[in-house]
Design a protein around this ligand. Structure first.
Ligand SMILES: NC(=O)c1ccc[n+]([C@@H]2O[C@H](COP(=O)([O-])OP(=O)(O)OC[C@H]3O[C@@H](n4cnc5c(N)ncnc54)[C@H](OP(=O)(O)O)[C@@H]3O)[C@@H](O)[C@H]2O)c1
Length: 300
């Protein structure tokens, strides 16, 4: 076994959603390094092609670049069609994006798009690939959730709630599919240096915990799958903190941390150029002095 997972168990093909950047791209690299052919799924197909060519050259594997917007049913259908002739031994449900800001200010369509991507697409794709894995009595499913799925997270409330769905789905399937020889692992990254973190507007240098590299997070996820763990929190410090901290405290602390990051003068100053309307509004709101209403609700 040259890479982190065993190709005879999880090959010959892996389908990886969200493979055009960040953690998904690194999971695809890890799967290819293990000798698996990869079907790479995302909207930015040029990036998928570039990655596929790199993996074919470096590891001698085959690849498919599958352009699909998984927040709509047509995108899920495109993946089913593009992979119908492939012998898929590993499905990686990783695609996702965050909805940063005060939920009530965010655009409802964007919130629902995130729901369709994290819930509908993962459910449909797991439901599609699982029967073939069960029939062959081996293979795996790796889902990317988040440590944010362990408790509510203010200013990314919808995102954290969707991660909780993925975590709970994965935990159930881990047991359900084990008797059929299929391994299911849910990866829970903490703060990770990816485009998604940049889009949140959070400056890595200002975070109390150093963000991890996408490469490291992906490697830990693949190793956890190989070891047949139900869940894996990436990073030792993240693991320790999530074990020690009660949920209510975790919610308050992460809320304070993200709220503070949003309210940084540097970020606020750059907000008009960089951030969507809803997040600019959140920045302004976080910087505004508390009103009688917020003071009252804080004391209740
Ligand atoms: N970074 C963190 O701190 C962190 C922490 C905890 C959990 N996570 C989770 O890790 C996963 C990967 O995120 P990342 O940090 O690696 O972010 P990223 O670099 O922004 O990657 C997100 C991936 O999802 C794809 N994607 C987004 N919307 C899509 C859509 N509608 N249809 C198909 N693909 C879509 C993107 O591709 P296209 O844009 O090309 O479609 C991209 O490949 C996410 O599920 C996220 O919730 C990240």
């Amino acid at each position: 076994m040259k890479g982190p997972i065993d190709a005879s168990r999880f090959g010959p093909w892996a389908v990886v959603t969200g493979a055009s950047s960040g953690i998904g791209r690194e999971i695809a690299r890890g799967a290819a390094a293990s000798g698996l052919n990869v079907a790479l799924v995302a909207r930015r197909v040029a990036r998928l092609d570039e990655l596929g060519r790199e993996l074919a050259t470096r590891f001698g594997v085959s690849y498919r670049a599958v352009q699909a917007d998984l927040s709509v049913p047509e995108g899920v259908a495109a993946v089913l069609e593009a992979t119908s002739a492939l012998d898929v031994g590993l499905f990686v449900g990783n695609a996702g994006f965050a909805n940063p800001g005060e939920l009530w200010r965010l655009e409802r369509g964007e919130l629902l798009r995130a729901v369709h991507l994290k819930i509908d697409a993962n459910l449909m794709l797991v439901h599609h690939f699982a029967p073939a894995l069960v029939a062959r009595g081996r293979g795996g499913i790796l889902l990317t959730s988040s440590i944010g799925g362990l408790n509510g997270v203010p200013y990314v409330s919808n995102t954290a709630a969707l991660e909780a769905y993925v975590l709970t789905l994965g935990e159930g399937l881990h047991v359900e599919l084990a008797r059929h020889g299929v391994r299911v692992t849910t990866l829970m990254p903490g703060p990770t240096l990816t485009e998604s973190m940049a889009k949140m507007g959070v400056e890595p240098a200002q975070m109390p915990v150093k963000p991890m590299s996408a490469e490291r997070v992906a490697l830990e996820g693949l190793r956890a799958l190989q070891a047949n763990r139900a869940t894996h929190i990436a990073g030792r410090l993240n693991r320790i903190m999530s074990r020690l901290m009660p949920r209510s405290l975790a919610t308050r602390l992460t809320g304070a941390m993200i709220g503070k990051a949003f309210a940084k003068p540097g970020l606020a100053a750059s907000a008009p150029a960089r951030l969507p309307e809803a997040r600019r509004a959140t920045v302004q709101n976080l910087q505004a002095p508390p009103t009688a209403d917020t003071v009252r609700s804080d004391q209740s």
